[in-house]
Ligand binder design. Structure first.
Ligand code: NAP
Ligand code: 3JN
Length: 332
């Protein structure tokens, strides 16, 4: 970009929004001006960024009358549906963390390690995928490119931070013996809930269908057979996933491990003899996607099992969005 962008963070007071600010700071993201927006509830509050205080503004239809070049949104799907087109019509490129625009054919759905070229075809909105999809496709991309993939079976173990502050509070209180149900219909402490987001008519949850549809869109393969079971577990940070794959062509396991070890964004942790495999606690606060337990699935031809772990609020949301914004800078 010729000049530094005018930046806006929408939903800046939330769990994802505050992580946007941390990641922008850590990565020394360049900007000419920075504006923070949220609802009327927290308008007027002050957030500190690079040692300076920024007053949070209420998001309104006129928020983008003052020029914004890049707007990072994490204020939920309703706010994105309403305000992202307004921001785009006034010249901003919105990087949207919600599900509002992900499956829109005119909106690129981007994971920079997988389909960075999509950024250039944006018409003012770029969607950030669901956290569970992001970490999975980072791990699958080198396998897809080398061997092709016929079928994927996802089983997830998702942290409560994916449900925002309410999920974190339910687990904190549950661990103290208090049965509060702010985010879930059942206690989360000591439990596994096979229920993330709402159930749909086909018996799957929306979270499961997000994984199916978003994976196909990002890998550009509408015929890919995918099924998913998504489960909330009593873990604070990082989603863990069992990813079972049938490749199209036969693979050599050592070669495949080598591909994973050198692929962008992946750290291979795969030494089971020494009890080394990806762990949620170790992935927390990190930006890489950790892959391990790489082994053949002997029950089917060309079968493969992976264990994939990443920080769902960083690589699963904020870091991925900031990486998209960094790609955008290259095109502006
Ligand atoms: P959160 O902690 O509840 O924060 C929500 C933020 O949105 C707050 O800043 C809130 O402002 C703001 N907000 C809510 N309604 C608004 C409105 N009408 N106008 C302006 N601002 C509004 O939630 P979170 O955990 O950060 O998640 C936020 C969103 O990010 C989710 O709804 C989801 O769409 C997306 N998300 C995506 C992923 C992913 O998988 N990529 C993961 C988690 C979340 P106030 O402080 O004023 O209430
Ligand atoms: O539950 C999780 O672990 C991830 C949650 C993501 C989420 C939460 C509330 C609303 C989303 C999302 O990104 O798909 C949304 C949404 O925008 O629909």
């Amino acid at each position: 970009m010729k000049k530094k962008p005018n930046l806006a963070v929408v939903g800046a007071t939330g769990l994802v929004g505050s992580t946007f600010l941390r990641v922008l700071e850590e990565r020394d993201f360049p900007f000419e001006s920075l504006r923070l927006m949220a609802s009327a509830r927290s308008a007027g509050s002050v957030a500190v960024f690079r040692g300076a205080g920024y007053t949070v503004e209420e998001l309104t239809e006129s928020s983008f009358d003052r020029p914004v070049d890049i707007a990072l949104f994490s204020a939920g799907a309703d706010a994105s549906r309403r305000f992202a087109p307004i921001a785009a019509s006034k010249g901003a490129v919105v990087v949207d963390n919600s599900s509002a625009w992900r499956m829109d054919g005119d909106v690129p759905l981007v994971v920079p390690e997988v389909n960075p070229q999509e950024v250039a075809r944006n018409r003012g909105i770029i969607a950030n995928p669901n956290c569970s999809t992001i970490q999975a496709v980072v791990a699958l991309k080198p396998i897809y490119d080398r061997y092709g993939i016929k079928r994927i079976v996802y089983s997830t173990y998702q942290a409560v931070s994916g449900s925002g502050m309410k999920g974190i509070r339910d687990l904190e209180e549950g661990l103290k013996g208090n049965d509060i149900r702010g985010a879930y219909p059942h206690p989360i402490a000591g439990n596994c809930l096979p229920h993330i987001d709402a159930f749909t008519e086909n018996g799957y949850t929306k979270e499961e269908m997000k994984m199916v549809n978003e994976t196909r869109k990002i890998l550009g393969d509408e015929r890919l057979a995918i099924t998913a079971t998504t489960v909330r577990v009593p873990v604070f940070s990082s989603h863990s996933e069992s990813v079972n794959v049938e490749t199209a062509a036969p693979f050599d396991l050592d070669e495949l491990r080598g591909l994973l070890a050198t692929a962008p964004g992946i750290t291979l942790v795969d030494d089971p003899a020494n009890c080394l495999y990806p762990l949620a606690r170790e992935a927390a606060g990190r930006d890489e996607v950790f892959v391990g337990r790489v082994r053949r699935d002997f029950s089917v031809e060309n079968g493969l099992n992976l264990w994939v772990v990443a920080d769902n609020i960083r690589k699963g949301a904020a870091t991925n969005a900031v990486q998209i914004a960094e790609k955008l800078l290259e095109t502006m």
